[in-house]
Design a protein around this ligand. Structure first.
Ligand SMILES: Nc1nc2c(ncn2[C@@H]2O[C@H](COP(=O)(O)OP(=O)(O)OP(=O)(O)O)[C@@H](O)[C@H]2O)c(=O)[nH]1
Ligand SMILES: [Mg+2]
Length: 75
């Protein structure tokens, strides 16, 4: 299947690419950490961007978490 990857059980896993955009403090990183079942009590502002791959509901989500700080919004 195009765009699909086989998981450990051999079934095809659909891959989705997602870009998180929003103002600073909009909780983009909080949302991503919740999706990844990670601790959300010590989140710091994103510097530039980071990419995380998360498995959720049979999908592989490749998420780009972009900082919303004013200095980099024009990029
Ligand atoms: N009071 C309160 N604060 C929250 C809640 N959820 C997240 N926060 C806090 O809000 C702040 C901003 O959340 P982030 O997820 O870093 O926001 P962001 O959109 O990624 O921000 P940038 O990376 O700067 O673009 C963090 O300090 C979180 O801990 C909530 O439900 N209540
Ligand atoms: Mg962030």
């Amino acid at each position: 299947m195009p765009g699909g990857l086989r998981d450990l059980k051999g079934s095809v896993e659909q891959e989705l690419r997602i870009v998180l955009l929003g103002l600073d403090n909009a909780r983009k990183t909080t949302l991503l950490k919740c999706l990844a079942s990670e601790e959300v009590s010590t989140i710091t502002p994103t510097q530039g961007f980071h990419i995380k791959s998360v498995h959720s509901h049979g999908f592989r989500l490749n998420v780009w978490d972009i900082s919303g700080q004013r200095a980099i919004r024009r990029y």
